[in-house]
Design a binder for this molecule. Structure first.
Ligand code: E4P
Length: 242
């Protein structure tokens, strides 16, 4: 497997939010992503696996593809013992696996913090996900999460200015848990990427469609076409009989 990482260059602050191996490989080859995030919804939606067994096989493939850069794989249960068991299993799928644990359960169950704490003490790297407020993010980091994924797009859906929330989370982590990294997730608009990085996020995770939107600019297209047309004119002139 080709290794596209290069220690001599700074790591990109972008992760790709997908389970599509071709997309991952494309952006890895460009050198503009430094990790992958997935979740059960992405895996169901993108249809690379039809059941749990296939999903596991697929996740092993993705982990190898992005190795040694990190891939976040999420637990699919909120049962405390089940989460521990799944987390231990997920890290066996690759050395670069980071386990995603939601900040709390669907009914507000808080045992997730204890699970994060226990897993981090076992040396398992945790990406605490589905965070919707700076204080949840700080608490997740204090519990032991290495990454805290706050969902900016979903925050914006319910009327928050996500960049402000990221700035608050940045300040809180700088004061109390400086080792934890902020992942800006649930990215919806191309301008979010710049805004959220400038708000202090360490990483923004981006879905493939959005990646194309902010990389390609209509005015760049027009400008490059002008260069090519004039380059062709020069070539034609040098080939013309004198
Ligand atoms: C990333 O790690 C998250 O799982 C993802 O960005 C969630 O985004 P959504 O709000 O589109 O579900």
């Amino acid at each position: 497997m080709a290794n596209y990482s290069d220690n001599s260059r700074p790591l990109s602050p972008l992760f790709i939010d997908t389970s599509d191996p071709d997309v991952i490989e494309t952006y890895l080859k460009m050198g503009i992503i430094s990790g992958v995030t997935t979740n059960p919804t992405i895996i169901v939606k993108e249809k690379f696996a039809a059941n749990e067994k296939e999903a596991e096989k697929h996740q092993i493939r993705l982990a190898k593809l992005i190795d040694p850069l990190p891939i976040s794989l999420e637990v699919t249960t909120n049962d405390p013992d089940g989460m521990i068991e799944q987390a231990k299993h997920l890290v066996e799928l690759g050395d670069n696996v980071v386990v995603k644990i939601p900040v709390h359960g669907p009914k507000g169950e808080l045992h997730n913090f204890e699970i994060i704490n226990r897993l981090s003490k076992m040396g398992i790297r945790i990406n605490c996900t589905a965070i919707m407020s700076p204080i949840q993010g700080l608490m997740a980091a204090l519990a032991g999460a290495d990454y805290v994924s706050m969902f900016g797009g979903r925050l914006a859906n319910v009327g928050h200015e996500a960049a402000n929330e990221y700035s608050k989370l940045r300040e809180l982590l700088d004061m109390h848990a400086p080792d934890a990294k902020i992942i800006a997730a649930s990215t919806r608009e191309a301008y979010n990427v710049t805004e959220w990085l400038l708000a202090g996020c360490d990483i923004v995770t981006v879905v493939p469609d959005l990646m194309k939107i902010f990389l390609v600019h209509p005015y760049t297209k027009e400008t490059v076409q002008m260069f090519l047309d004039d380059g062709a004119k020069l070539k034609a002139q040098s080939q013309a009989p004198k």
